[in-house]
Design a protein around this ligand. Structure first.
Ligand SMILES: [Zn+2]
Length: 217
């Protein structure tokens, strides 16, 4: 029987730990989902301790600085599956996923992700994205498959822990340049289907062609 269990008294170690915790100066961290500051801060991903958090607002009229409501698509069992929109959706590691009208590629993450869907006023909706802060060695992959037959077309990957979010987005930009700049890369060698262009999570950066692709898939 250890010291803590005998007579309900704390061991010296536990006492020191609890005293230390009670004296911590850690900041309290909260998010107000409706504040303009939060909308800006979390429009990409923002670190919260061991997590990355992102906010995606879906507007009935997407011209009002939001995204058009689309489906969450995943590639499983050699099929593109539209996942029913639920309060909380999980993406296991290494499942290719694509959010229609929000980002125009298949994201393949070594780590798990969680999406929390909320209903706001005036038919607006919000998706809160939560994932682990990129661990050393974790790869993020940006990929495209033929939408007709799932033949793989193109992919780039990045170790986000090494290069940060700036490097993560730079890798995407490089991939978009190759994929959007060459119709032969977007054309399936098996069935000949031409894939729509890629686009980022920043709609205000869209070219005319990327905007058309965002409306499409
Ligand atoms: Zn094909």
């Amino acid at each position: 029987m250890n010291e803590a269990a005998s007579g309900g008294r704390l061991t010296g170690e536990s006492l020191a730990l609890l005293k230390g915790l009670a004296g911590n100066k850690a900041a309290l961290l909260t998010m107000d989902l409706m504040s303009e500051e939060s909308k800006l801060r979390y429009r990409s991903f923002y670190p919260c301790g061991d997590m990355l958090v992102g906010l995606r607002y879906h507007e009935p009229n997407p011209d009002r600085k939001g995204f058009k409501m689309g489906r969450t698509l995943k590639i499983v069992d050699n099929k593109i599956v539209a996942e029913a929109r639920s309060d909380v959706q999980f993406t296991p590691p290494l499942v290719p996923h694509h959010s229609e009208h929000v980002y125009g590629f298949w994201h393949i993450n070594d780590q798990q992700e969680m999406a929390i869907n909320l209903k706001l006023d005036n038919d607006r909706r919000l998706t809160v994205l939560v994932e682990g802060f990129p661990a050393k060695g974790r790869l993020d992959r940006f990929a495209w498959f033929c939408l007709n037959c799932l033949n793989p077309l193109y992919m780039t990957q990045v170790e986000t822990a090494k290069v940060g979010l700036a490097g993560y987005y730079a890798t995407q930009e490089d991939a978009f340049e190759v994929f959007n700049g060459d119709a032969s890369v977007r054309t399936c060698s098996d069935c000949g289907t031409v894939h729509p262009m890629a686009y980022s999570i920043f709609p205000w950066k869209d070219s005319v062609e990327e905007k058309a692709a965002r409306d499409l898939w």
